[in-house]
Design a protein around this ligand. Sequence first.
Ligand code: HEC
Ligand code: HEC
Length: 222
Amino acid sequence: MNKKALFRCALFLAALLVQPVFAQDIKANAAHGEKLSDQCVGCHGIKGYHASFPEIYRVPMLFGQGEKYLVSALSAYKRGERKHPTMRGVAGSLNDQDMADLALYYSTTRTPSHVAQGSGSAPEHADAALELVKKAGCQGCHGENFNKPIDPAYPKLAGQYADYLAAALRAYKTEGNGMVGRGNAVMGGIAKQFSNAEIKVLSEYVASLPGELETIPQKAFK
Ligand code: HEC
Ligand code: HEC
């Protein structure tokens, strides 16, 4: 081998070594995800647990959420695209393998008897909500009844807590705040079409729909 070829060979090997780990190379391990979830139960393992920043609202249900979406959301906190400080701290300590393991655990662990349920109360302004849903074409992405997203990286929303949905939608509208906001171009454009009053109407409607999301307290497993 001449010197030039040797040099090229070395470059090639160096390139292999710095090859980023692509998501599709990761084999998720739900048992490891369950172990990691010990860090999450204090908030996501308590039914109706409230966060107090930037306002009081219930932390989102994660069990039954889509696997790809969970990875996507955790990565967005880690990159700082989603600014919620607690979740940035949590996600910042996770690597790609951890996120994949947690996502598999949360997406596949279900209460055997779980029946799809919404908030159980008919929203006060269902007709107005349906008008807004039609105007923005929400179901074109989040699917029929907000429970069958057209892309696995999009969230299931049906039955999620109304106050969380509203906080999330307002976060997509928020700009220029270091602690609050979500830099997602798609949802940013959509959320900005609505006033906070309309966001409340939309959120209560979506929360009332039967869906697969749930919170499973840890003691249910032990
Ligand atoms: C101290 C409370 C707390 C802890 C601990 C915590 N979270 Fe969260 N989590 C929150 C809050 C509050 C939100 C909503 C943040 C926002 O508004 O964007 C959230 C949001 C999320 C979301 C976004 C859900 C969605 O529908 O977009 C995911 C995913 C998530 N957390 C996963 C985890 C995982 C996995 C762990 C453990 C490794 C964890 N969280 C630990 C409070 C917590
Ligand atoms: C063009 C596709 C598209 C349309 C239309 C759309 N969404 Fe979304 N939505 C998304 C995507 C993608 C995300 C995930 C964004 C992210 O990663 O933060 C999302 C996220 C959300 C979230 C945050 C969920 C969570 O768990 O944090 C809410 C709430 C939401 N959408 C509500 C709506 C509502 C209500 C409408 C109609 C008024 C709507 N969306 C229309 C694509 C869409």
